[in-house]
Design a protein around this ligand. Structure first.
Ligand SMILES: Cc1ncc(COP(=O)(O)O)c(C=O)c1O
Ligand SMILES: NCC(=O)CCC(=O)O
Length: 431
């Protein structure tokens, strides 16, 4: 595909910028790290996005993860339409909530009970409050470069757009809100042991992305996971897996199924709402029963358990259960990444590619990427050039080096081949 022209997107962005800060409702989509204007999406279908100017892109963002079945999957569309016809929100319980809760708890054994909210941010915030309420302790450990939404106490050394746009610790977050947040390096077993030795009896919980997507994709070591479980258990702290990205993506039961881990609390979002606003947190029944009105820990929401989001979530999980795509996504991911590595090697571009299943990141660095510091060795200017070289060929990659890319079930081997062929050309433009 030749270089694309986007005057209508440019005009739409200009107009939005006068009305919406930065022209966007979430900074991750502003193209801040790569320069230039974001595309404005007119519609999306299967693996493709179409912009206002009529250009088509193979979409490796997939709404930052939720659209594992691709855009506008017929079963999800039907379920949502049917739910809307029954009324969009009640502020009263309905059976669609229980139906999704049944699917989630059956898929993830550590989640015996689940509470639905409206975003991943809300879910992570509530999970932290629950851990503190349950243990009667204040300290929470998080890891540099992990992102858990924009809740004040977790917006410390945060990944995703906070990192990309240079505000891992945002103005407006009072020191008091983050005083009880301890930040460690991902995969740093010695650091973890040290903090638990010093403060173990004050630690309410440890929250992490069990596979990180928000500083680019980073895998946990087996030792790190093992020590996390051992130390939290030993010291009476709760282990919180933030599976907003990985839940129902890396396996039906999430990263914890892949690794056979058992966290105390799991944070969910994205896929479980099938593209509608949703979040959830769940875990051991004795812990979850501390939430109001079963227990004293407050958490509420007008649109929590929204029937349209529940219906879309039920349709998505039902489809994933009926036709498990994980083996095929794994194979497509492996083929794609091998092709990208070959393209980079042929062009003499130093690189590291991290991948778990259908999530991957191509880092422009020669050094293995295992934590925040090694992710930072990437050549961001080269990444930006590659991003635009791929955009111009019709491939929509994450617009930051520090984000994961996603595959969806609507993609085929042919799409992977096309992507590799485009990358071969694009790599020549970045050296
Ligand atoms: C791991 C993780 N946790 C939490 C969140 C926050 O979710 P949301 O954007 O729905 O608030 C995100 C993504 O944004 C995420 O990737
Ligand atoms: N890693 C980025 C996200 O997952 C969220 C996108 C957004 O905040 O728009």
């Amino acid at each position: 595909m030749s270089s694309q022209s986007r005057p209508l997107s440019a005009a739409a962005f200009e107009k939005a910028r006068g009305l919406i800060p930065g022209g966007v409702n979430s900074p991750a989509r502003a193209f801040g790290a790569v320069g230039g204007n974001p595309i404005f999406v007119a519609r999306a279908s299967g693996p493709y996005l179409y912009d206002l100017d009529g250009n088509r892109y193979l979409d490796f963002i997939q709404s930052w993860g939720p659209m594992i079945l691709g855009h506008a999957h017929p079963a999800v569309v039907e379920a949502a339409i049917s739910a809307v016809r029954d009324g969009s929100s009640y502020g009263a319980p309905c059976e669609r909530e229980t139906e999704l809760a049944e699917l989630v708890t059956a898929a993830i054994p550590s989640v015996e009970m689940v509470r639905f909210v409206s975003s991943g941010t809300e879910a992570a915030m509530s999970a932290i409050r629950l851990a503190r309420g349950y243990t009667g302790r204040d300290l929470v450990i998080k890891f540099a470069g992990c992102y858990h939404g924009h809740v004040d106490s977790l917006l410390v050394a945060a990944g995703s757009s906070a990192l990309t746009l240079g505000v891992p610790n945002s103005p407006g977050v009072p020191v008091g809100c983050t005083r009880d947040t301890l930040v460690l390096q991902y995969n740093d077993v010695a650091g973890l042991a040290e903090v638990f030795a010093a403060k173990g009896d004050q630690i309410a919980g440890v929250i992490l992305e069990p596979v990180v997507g928000n500083m680019g994709l980073i895998e946990p070591t087996a030792e790190f996971r093992k020590e996390l479980r051992r130390l939290t258990r030993h010291h009476g702290a709760l282990l919180i897996y933030d599976e907003v990205m990985t839940g129902f993506r890396l396996a039906f039961g999430g990263a914890q199924a892949l690794y056979r881990d058992t966290p105390d609390i799991t944070v969910l979002g994205k896929i479980i709402g099938g593209g509608y606003p949703v979040g959830a947190y769940g875990g051991r029944a004795d812990v979850m029963k501390k939430i109001l009105p079963a227990g004293p820990v407050f958490q509420a929401g007008t649109l929590s358990g929204n029937p349209v989001a529940m219906a879309a979530g039920v349709a998505t999980l039902t489809e994933l259960k009926r036709n498990p795509p994980y083996a095929r996504l794994e194979q497509m991911g492996a083929d794609l990444v091998n092709g990208l590595k070959q393209a980079a090697t042929a062009a003499g571009v130093p690189h590291q590619v991290n991948r778990v299943g259908s999530m991957w990141t191509f880092f422009f660095t020669g050094q293995p990427v295992t934590d925040f510091a090694s992710a930072m060795t990437s050549d961001k200017a080269r990444f930006a050039k590659f991003f635009w070289a791929m955009m111009d060929r019709g491939f929509y990659l994450p617009c930051s080096q520090f984000e994961a890319a996603f595959l969806c079930t609507a993609m085929t081997d042919e799409h992977m081949n096309q992507t590799v062929a485009a990358a071969r050309e694009a790599m020549k433009e970045v050296v």
